[in-house]
Design a protein around this ligand. Structure first.
Ligand code: AMP
Length: 293
């Protein structure tokens, strides 16, 4: 098992030429590195479903606002490559910023209606940066399938809509959120949590569980479910809630009546970390089920 490290777009295209010419399936997992079991779960899924797999490691400056953690975002390429090599034969595509953006981008991909809600309220330029880099990476790799984690639920909605709107010829696969045994969703940013923050970080999961419990009791009023989620944070004044909402999973609109494929989504500041989490549920009159299994 080995990871072939490729640093340029031209070399990656060259490396993928034989498999493309043979009609083989290419799986693609975009990441920002500092890999953990969540990323590796996506990688294993891709390895199981494709003839060749590309994992990109690129901390994309376009998706960070000037006041955010671009400079301090955790990076450890050597460790990432070793972790990837442990999964199977694959290509690690690790371009530097000048390779991806040799000059300022004059092009941007934006989906305003999906980008200004939830995380977009505090990160108004974030999803434009995400959509732009994802489309660029999809053009570079031209994969058969691309893999995303449900952990970033709004990102999934944005990328799915972009792929549909622009008829991008790729199959999107979404993998359920991988959690620690405590329930905390794995995230590269968990490294920012101090030991005393760990129990507070569980309040996000607690809020999602409270929202789900109400739905399971038959409650379908969106504002009532949201209030129950927010109430969890009244008990944790050290945690600064950004939002706790119940929205339609596709369009991300708030729901008065909670039915269909819905996203319970939470974001909060715990110590130095801004954490997000969500539950994707299928809700009908009688039942509540996990939408992804
Ligand atoms: P990132 O490196 O944070 O940009 O994440 C790269 C990909 O891994 C994205 O599709 C994320 O949604 C996914 N991912 C990150 N954390 C998790 C997790 N805990 N479970 C599942 N997927 C994840």
């Amino acid at each position: 098992m080995a990871a072939t490290v490729i640093r340029t777009i031209a070399d990656l295209r060259e490396a993928l030429r034989p498999i493309r010419n043979q009609g083989g399936d290419i799986g693609f997992v975009p990441t920002m590195g500092f890999l953990h079991e969540g990323h590796l779960t996506l990688v294993r899924r891709a390895l199981g479903e494709n003839d060749r797999v590309v994992v990109s490691i690129f901390v994309n400056p376009l998706q960070f606002a000037p006041n955010e953690d671009l400079a301090s975002y955790p990076r450890d390429l050597g460790r990432d490559i070793a972790l990837l090599a442990g999964q199977g034969d694959l290509i690690a595509f690790a371009p530097d910023v000048t390779e991806m953006y040799p000059r300022p981008m004059a092009t941007e991909v934006s989906l305003p209606s999906l980008s200004q809600v939830l995380c977009g309220r505090s990160r108004p330029t974030h999803f434009q940066g995400v959509a732009t880099v994802v489309l660029k990476l999809l053009w570079i790799v031209q994969p058969t399938r691309v893999y995303f984690g449900q952990k970033d639920g709004q990102q999934v909605a944005v990328v799915r809509r972009m792929i549909e709107d622009l008829s991008v010829p790729v199959e999107m696969r979404v993998v359920p959120t991988v959690r620690e045994s405590s329930g905390l969703a794995l995230s590269s940013r968990n490294i920012y949590l101090r030991p005393e923050d760990q129990p507070l970080a569980l309040s996000l999961q607690e809020a999602l569980t409270a929202g789900r419990a109400l739905l399971e009791q038959g409650e379908r009023r969106g504002p009532t479910v949201q209030a129950a989620m927010r109430a969890v944070f009244d008990r944790h004044p050290e945690v600064r809630l950004d939002y706790a909402e119940v929205v339609d999973a596709g369009g991300l609109e708030p729901l008065a009546d909670v039915r269909g494929q819905v996203l319970l989504a939470v974001a909060a500041h715990v110590g130095r970390a801004r954490l997000i989490d969500n539950l994707l549920l299928d809700v009908d009159a009688a039942a509540v089920r996990d939408a992804l299994t």
